[in-house]
Design a protein around this ligand. Structure first.
Ligand code: ADP
Length: 497
């Protein structure tokens, strides 16, 4: 199959979250299975053009209001893919839209005022790119709101041309990575799409008199999916649907969940170059060494007998920080005061939370935190901790709990989305399970569940060791998930053409 991934992020070039990892890892796995996979992303200012090859001649993209947007197109092969069958990556280089710091915004302007135009143009440019390189995909696989207008163009601009369109055999799949971000802008932006105003309503752009880019994609794609089966179910409910649950119920027959994989070359305790010593189920010495190194790095007493709870997270509401760092009884303050444990955190995000963390770490002697982003430290926390806390309010898939499982670090998670699909709750009678879970999001639930894990550490150590072994043997490889995407592509091609 010929597959075109349209995405605003892809590692190693542009990343704000799990989306960037998923797009590249899935593409690499699909290419290994013999498919012709290409990715198109914007060429952001931070992407060095000198490392890319420029395609000859500038590309014109006709937009609405009689505007022709001119861009250069750069290309390179995805690192780690075979020379003979590489994943080709194309970069749309439009100086005015993408020649600035930031992917969606920056500290002065968190959501760029022209984001609707930037990403509408990007979606249309994906079609122009195919025409330019004379390569037409069987599957147009788009990701999140920045790419969601591409299926609209397929359905409302290309398909009506019938056999005159080179895309008449192309089907579209939209993957939701996080329903919380939808790309909602003033409807005056619609003229720029170049589509008739009937499409504003028929394609589902209309949202309380605003323009909703994700919603249009949800209506217009042939199939939809999200990154875990449980999140697919949850998003169809009012509580987790971010006002689009009705649309997802309407598309129910075409909507499914496929769990993301993890990069087992990078996140693998038996190969990890970022930890002091590798380890495996057969020899866990490296884990004990990592724990010691972690305690040292964070300035905590190097005591193997005390449980270390780790956390690596974006500090945003979604991750449950309101319950953990709020001023309520049961929050992190009480956890650290009441329990015999050590707590380490790496994260960055909302400033109220960063400030709270600074204040907690100077007032608690068993809580240490680093504000910032560090790949090395995140590996050390995964390897050196005994437990890993993720009290997310919602979690489309979540990667850290999977990293934790394969590193023998028991996840303490809320029973939601991808966390529910990957962690099995501890059964203290039988010793079954791989982690500790709670249902209701509240400070006291987090407090109780961390307390339960700490209790098991001191009173059921043999179970802890068995749970570790169970987690480390789990298979979260991308190969498994890629096969499920192929099934989805094939089914879409079968039923939609
Ligand atoms: P989300 O995409 O919602 O942030 P995921 O768990 O799916 O959550 O993916 C987050 C990824 O970003 C993980 O690989 C995690 O380790 C990484 N990450 C988040 N914050 C940091 C940080 N401060 N330092 C290093 N890695 C981080």
């Amino acid at each position: 199959m010929k597959i075109l991934m349209v995405s605003s992020e892809a590692v190693p070039w542009a990343k704000t979250g799990g989306l960037a990892d998923m797009v590249s890892a899935l593409s690499i796995s699909l290419a290994k299975l013999g498919h012709d996979v290409r990715i198109v992303i914007p060429r952001y200012y931070s992407i060095d053009r000198d490392k890319l090859k420029m395609l000859p001649q500038a590309m014109g993209t006709p937009m609405g209001q009689g505007i022709e947007e001119w861009s250069a197109v750069y290309t390179t092969n995805m690192p780690g893919t075979a020379k003979k069958s590489p994943v080709k990556v194309y970069f749309i280089d439009h100086e005015i839209f993408f020649g600035r710091d930031g992917i969606y915004g920056n500290s002065a302007e968190p959501d760029f005022v022209d984001n609707s135009r930037r990403f509408t143009f990007f979606c249309k440019a994906a079609f122009q790119l195919c025409k330019k390189i004379d390569w037409y995909p069987d599957v147009l696989h788009v990701h999140d709101w920045p790419a969601a207008v591409a299926p609209v163009y397929l359905k409302f601009a290309e398909r009506p041309l019938g056999s005159k369109s080179n895309f008449n055999k192309t089907v579209s799949i939209l993957t939701i990575h996080n329903l919380g971000y939808q790309g909602i802008y003033h409807k005056d932006n619609f003229d720029y799409t170049g589509l008739g105003w009937d499409v504003f309503y028929n394609a589902g752009f209309e949202d309380w008199n605003m323009l909703n880019m994700l919603k249009a994609g949800l209506y217009s794609s042939d199939k939809l999916n999200t990154v875990s089966p449980s999140y697919a179910e949850e998003t169809k409910t009012q509580g987790n649907g971010f006002r689009l649950d009705g649309v997802l119920r309407y598309r129910n027959a075409d909507y499914s969940g496929i769990l993301n994989g993890i990069d087992t070359n990078v996140w693998n305790p038996s190969k990890d170059k970022l930890i002091p010593q590798t380890y495996s189920t057969k020899d866990m010495t490296g884990k004990a060494i990592a724990k010691k190194a972690l305690q040292k790095e964070f300035g905590l007493p190097q005591n193997p007998g005390i449980p270390v709870i780790g956390m690596v997270t974006r500090l945003t509401d979604q991750k449950g920080i309101g319950d953990l760092f709020g001023p309520t009884y049961g929050s992190l303050w009480s956890i650290c005061k009441d329990m015999k444990l050590q707590f380490v955190l790496l994260g960055s995000g909302e400033s109220w939370c960063e400030n709270e963390i600074y204040s907690l770490s100077s007032n608690l002697d068993n809580f240490r935190a680093k504000i910032g982003y560090s790949e090395r430290m995140s590996h050390l926390i995964e390897a050196g901790s005994d437990f890993f806390l993720m009290p997310s309010l919602y979690e489309p898939c979540g990667l850290n709990q999977m990293y934790s499982l394969v590193y023998g670090t028991l996840p303490i998670v809320r029973n939601t989305g991808g966390l529910a699909d990957t962690v099995e709750n501890f059964n203290q009678d039988k010793g079954a399970g791989t982690g500790f879970m709670f249902d209701y999001p509240s400070p006291s639930s987090i407090y109780d569940t961390v307390g339960w894990a700490v209790w098991a550490w001191y009173n059921r150590r043999e179970y802890i060791e068995k749970m570790r072994q169970r987690g480390m043997k789990m298979d979260f490889s991308w190969e498994k998930s890629a096969l499920k995407y192929i099934e989805l592509y094939e089914e879409t091609l079968r039923t939609k053409l």
